[in-house]
Design a protein around this ligand. Structure first.
Ligand code: CA
Length: 231
């Protein structure tokens, strides 16, 4: 099946741009390339791609500025291309409206998986998260209507907060949610909370859901950024 969806790649490093283009072309995507932010914005407006891959360090305007201008009029998926150590940058980009990020160096499989996730979320445009009645992956099943969580067919008892956390992540499966986003969603924008309360709850959830909490299978930690649930 041909995808034929258009991906706009805004990246000034030619080698990385070429690498991404090769992967995308051999997977039936159409590719648009921009070497700087202004060209990227102009290609975005004229071609309306399905997904944008955006490098943050650009020669003319900052990638965050490109993101801000795109978000003024469009909620199309933007995946930020980021350097390994820049957690703060990733968090800023996600909180600034990026859908996801990918860390250099990355492999073809990872890139394609991120793009598929972004495209899938695009079809829920206007509703940021999945409205599926059930999350089901391997042994884990979450029935949102009945608020029932089972693992290998056995019901798992979660506290209210734990359930809220798991269902928030499950409804956004495949997508990284920042600590800040999760805290605001679960405890409200004015709650006096910090990441510690989140870590404690996540440790409890993992004890209940994961065969080996130290090597989670369902909920992954994105160090310094947030959590992502298996899609
Ligand atoms: Ca760059």
């Amino acid at each position: 099946m041909a995808n034929k969806q258009t991906i706009l790649v805004i990246e000034d490093e030619k080698t990385i741009g070429n690498y991404i283009e090769t992967i995308l072309l051999s997977n039936e995507y159409k590719v648009l390339r921009a070497m700087n932010g202004m060209t990227g914005l102009s290609l975005f407006t004229s071609h309306r791609p399905e997904v944008v891959l955006l490098d943050l360090g650009l020669p003319d305007i900052d990638g965050m500025e490109v993101l801000r201008r795109i978000r003024e009029f469009s909620n199309l998926p933007v995946i930020v291309i980021s350097a390994r150590t820049q957690e703060r940058e990733k968090v800023e980009a996600l909180d600034g409206g990026a859908d996801d990020y990918i860390t250099k160096p990355f492999g073809a499989e990872e890139l394609l998986a991120r793009i598929r996730t972004a495209l899938r979320h695009r079809f829920h445009a206007g509703q940021a998260q999945s409205q599926e009645p059930v999350y089901s992956k391997d042994e884990l099943v979450i029935d949102f209507e009945r608020r029932l969580v089972t693992l290998g067919g056995k019901p798992i008892h979660l506290t209210q907060i734990e359930y809220k956390l798991v269902s928030l992540l499950a409804r956004n499966a495949g997508k990284v949610l920042t600590y800040d986003f999760i805290l605001k969603d679960i405890w409200g924008p004015y709650a006096d909370t910090d990441n510690q309360i989140l870590r404690v709850n996540m440790a409890n959830i993992r004890r209940k859901l994961e065969a080996n909490p130290a090597e989670p299978h369902y909920i992954f930690t994105e160090i310094g950024v947030g959590y992502r649930m298996l899609e």
